[in-house]
Design a protein around this ligand. Structure first.
Ligand code: TGC
Ligand code: FAD
Length: 392
């Protein structure tokens, strides 16, 4: 059964978007339809990240798309969100790659870097000629990054870094790693460093055996006495606030991206239900219980679109707070995972086959629920905001 995506719009959501926003979405959708959808099933099966898309995505301005200058596209937050929606409609792993390159590597250089660092890295990163990864999580510091053990100490006119990072997207394909470390000589203040991955003492090893995000590279990083010059410090970084503010960028993209994954699952399940017949030679779409699932899905997708759009509009006005982004990430990823599970159910046995995109999205979304702050950590972030009590 050929499944072509026509978009999901129940309440004339499109009328809330301007021409530029629709253009970004439609161009990204076309790119994904033509370049990712035909290969993603095999990439996922083989556990292969589609590296052949790195350059074309750079040419289309997908990296650092919401940054201004330095060869970046200068998109609005809403345009950026619609782009990530379409990327993740293809696959969460490809959206992850773009999120990390943009929100977690280019953004910290843009926000905390020197002018020289921005000139040196951002134009090439925008084209995908330099790839980045973001090292915050460690084997013993996931939800609580403040417990990180990675240390930097001053040594002559540079720094020496030691530590381990875990679950790092794009780790082994990156040219540079943004490494967050406590600086011993500054009372263990957290600071960000640009570490070229070919420096002696830096090693990346891929995580194998993943059931989720199979078309994405996930690695552990080891830094053993890695020497870097002083100019690799991100001079404006300081405190845990710095890496956490990068997460706002990536979490915002995920809030939209999850809608894309949910749309893919809904669209597939709806078409399947109209085609598949069981009992009295009737399509399963005619059964009340199947309809209820489809109605839940389209209702939740519609609510998620409105939530993401309002947070995007606030972001464009400079008024989006981290808690707004937490709510959008938490709700929309949960919604997408529930949609994927229901869609899987509607496809019956076919739901477990990779001929259909649903199980892949479902498995991917299990990671998306965990990374960038787990579902429960975002509940606690919002809970602290509304009650005044930190319950971590
Ligand atoms: P806490 O004391 O609350 O905060 C420390 C300082 O940071 C400030 N802050 C933020 N600033 C900007 N944006 C945010 N979202 C912020 N959240 C907190 C805060 O105001 C404070 O500032 P200051 O100036 O007073 O020092 O810190 P805590 O240690 O109690 O931790 C709080 C908690 C749990 C919310 C935080 O640590 C957290 O968000 N944990 C989740 C960890 C996480 O999301 N890790 C993600 C790793 S990267 C990743 O997953 C990439 S996946 C990419 C992909 O493939 O797509
Ligand atoms: P833990 O923190 O050990 O949490 C385990 C469980 O305990 C969760 O259910 C959590 O909600 C719960 N929990 C923890 N603390 C509390 C509490 N106080 N109260 C209630 N419940 C709690 N990190 C990076 O730095 N860079 C990357 O590029 C990156 N990419 C990733 C890619 C993938 C595919 C995955 C799976 C992860 C990636 N991560 C990355 C790591 C990710 O951010 C962490 O996995 C995440 O922050 C959770 O940390 P943890 O896995 O150590 O879980």
């Amino acid at each position: 059964m050929a499944i072509k995506f026509k978009g999901v719009d129940f309440i004339e959501f499109d009328t809330l978007l301007n021409d530029d926003e629709r253009l970004v979405r439609d161009n990204t959708r076309k790119f994904i339809e033509e370049n990712l959808i035909p290969i993603i099933e095999m990439c996922n099966r083989e556990g292969r990240f589609p590296k052949e898309l790195i350059k074309p995505m750079g040419e289309l301005g997908f990296y650092g798309a919401s940054l201004k200058g330095y060869g970046c596209a200068g998109m609005s937050a809403v345009e950026y969100g619609l782009m990530t929606q379409e990327l993740e409609r293809g696959d969460s792993g490809v959206r992850s790659f773009v999120s990390v390159q943009s929100g977690l590597c280019m953004y910290p250089i843009y926000a905390f870097g020197s002018e020289e660092q921005k000139q040196k890295y951002l134009p090439k990163m925008a084209l995908g000629e330099i790839l980045g990864c973001f090292g915050l999580t460690e084997p013993d510091a996931g939800s609580n990054p403040g417990a990180m053990r990675t240390r930097a100490r001053k040594d002559g006119d540079g720094y020496v870094l030691n530590g381990e990072k875990m679950w790092i997207t794009s780790g082994s394909i990156a040219d540079i790693a943004i490494i967050w470390a406590k600086v011993e000589d500054e009372d263990n203040r957290v600071r960000g460093f640009i570490v070229e991955t070919d420096r002696p003492g830096f090693k990346a090893a891929d995580v194998h055996g993943k059931f989720s995000l199979r078309a994405s590279v996930t690695s552990s990083l080891s830094l053993q006495d890695v020497r870097i010059p002083a100019e690799n410090l991100l001079p404006e970084s300081g405190g845990l606030r710095s890496p956490l503010s990068c997460l706002n960028q990536a979490r915002y993209g995920i809030a939209w991206g999850a809608i894309g994954a949910a749309m893919a699952c809904y669209d597939c399940a709806l078409q399947y239900a109209q085609f598949r017949k069981q009992f009295h030679d009737q399509p399963i779409a005619s059964h009340q219980l199947v309809q209820e699932k489809l109605v839940w899905m389209i209702s939740e997708i519609t609510k998620a679109q409105l939530l993401a759009l309002q947070v995007g509009r606030l972001k464009d006005l400079g008024r989006a707070k981290p808690v707004h982004i937490s709510m959008a990430k938490r709700n929309n990823v949960w919604m997408a995972l529930e949609c994927a599970r229901m869609a899987r159910d509607i496809l019956g046995a076919n739901g477990i086959a990779d001929e259909y995109p649903i199980f892949r999205h479902m498995a991917n979304l299990e990671s998306v629920k965990t990374y960038e702050g787990t579902h429960d950590i975002h509940a606690l972030i919002i809970g602290e905001h509304i009650t005044g009590y930190a319950a971590f």
